[in-house]
Design a binder for this molecule. Structure first.
Ligand code: NAP
Length: 345
């Protein structure tokens, strides 16, 4: 029995939509369509904006966070946070490949993979939550998941810890898009620069902007500033990105009023659209990777201050994104050590 390649055969509510925007999907893992892949899930990496929202709602408590995750998955058939709308990704072992796909894939049963499509569209059936890592957004589970025919995934690399790979692959679109956007000589502002995607983007922006460019990291604390210095970013603003004027003034001072050609927003909280827009020069580009971005706030906010900027929605997928992101880990010893200390524990 063949299902739809995008997974619409599993949509329960509302009918006629794709699995990502659906409210509820069928997570029955006992019936596998011939063009689906069954995954024995080991770890979930909950999207940072989603995890932050859940912790704010239920408190920094492992049991309560686990309960909330189970509540969402049991209700929707997928880990699709109803407040942030975001998901995350997972790692697991391929348990079964549907008969229609067998022999056509670059993976086989038993391989360990990371999904590169969002948990917000992935049928997920959790039997047990074994451990919630409050500091890394990772959750160890006993669970099964389904990948549709159109789904993308990557075999886990053999030269790095799987938790490191999981952390990097979760945000792989951001460094890849940064590499595409930044040209030699550019001034680049990265808002949320000491987070997971922030550090990857900072490193890549520095590399592509070159010696004539400038990369400015906006971070929330001096501790985060220290982290950035370790990877060679020395132009740093310590500020609250929800305070647009404070950020604008700091960036203006550091760029002699020229502002940034490219601004990359990688925070995990809402209300940072205006800091990003005001940091950018006219005809510059703002890349909103953050899942806490509001289209309305960005569009009306830019209009309201008369800023002629291009704004890009952070597509999680880009050709070659997983290879680009993992390569950064191999390239920079400092960044890899930092990631290992933060995400492998
Ligand atoms: P992360 O590691 O949690 O990093 C977020 C950073 O933003 C942290 O350093 C955080 O500081 C900082 N921050 C929070 N509030 C701030 C404020 N008011 N001012 C300045 N900095 C602030 O998150 P991530 O995993 O890199 O993800 C970043 C964003 O990308 C999230 O919104 C996530 O949902 C999104 N994302 C998008 C896609 C996509 O496909 N577009 C895919 C994956 C993730 P603290 O640590 O002090 O809070």
């Amino acid at each position: 029995m063949l299902g739809n390649k995008y997974g619409t055969h599993r949509v329960i509510e509302p009918k006629g939509v794709l699995p990502q925007p659906a409210w509820k999907i069928n997570n029955d893992v006992n019936t596998l369509y011939d063009n689906e892949i069954l995954i024995d899930v080991l770890t979930l990496n909950i999207d940072a904006a989603s995890f932050t929202q859940i912790k704010e709602e239920v408190g920094e408590n492992e049991e309560k966070v686990a309960e909330k995750i189970l509540e969402i998955v049991n209700e929707r058939g997928k880990m699709h946070n109803p407040v942030t709308g975001s998901g995350g990704m997972l790692i697991g072992r391929i348990e079964k490949i549907g008969s229609a796909l067998k022999g056509h894939l670059h993976v086989k049963e038993g391989d360990k993979i990371a999904t590169l499509v969002s948990l917000s569209l992935t049928p997920l059936n959790i039997k047990k939550i074994k451990k919630v890592h409050l500091d890394t957004d990772q959750v160890e589970v006993e669970a099964k998941a389904i990948i549709f025919e159109s789904g993308i995934y990557a075999k886990l690399p053999e030269d790095m810890d799987e938790r490191l790979a999981l952390a990097v692959l979760d945000v792989a679109g951001a460094p890849a898009q940064t590499a595409r956007l930044v040209d030699p000589g550019d001034t680049v502002v990265i808002i949320g620069a000491a987070g997971k995607s922030g550090m990857l983007c900072s490193y890549v922006a520095k590399k592509y902007a070159g010696p004539t460019g400038k990369v400015i990291g906006v971070v929330r604390s001096e501790e985060e500033a220290k982290r950035l210095r370790k990877i060679g970013i020395t132009d740093i603003v310590v500020a609250d990105a929800t305070n647009a004027i404070e950020v604008e003034e700091a960036i203006s001072e550091m760029t002699d009023g020229e502002m940034a050609e490219i601004t990359i927003n990688v925070v995990n909280v809402p209300n940072t659209e205006m800091a990003s827009i005001l940091s950018t020069c006219d005809y510059g580009t703002v890349y909103f990777f953050s899942m806490a971005t509001s289209f309305t706030k960005a569009a009306l906010g830019a209009e309201g201050v008369g800023k002629d900027v291009n704004m890009i929605i952070g597509n999680g997928y880009m050709t070659g994104h997983s290879e680009i992101a993992l390569e950064v880990m191999r390239e920079s010893k400092e960044l890899r050590e930092l990631f290992e200390s933060l995400y492998v524990n």
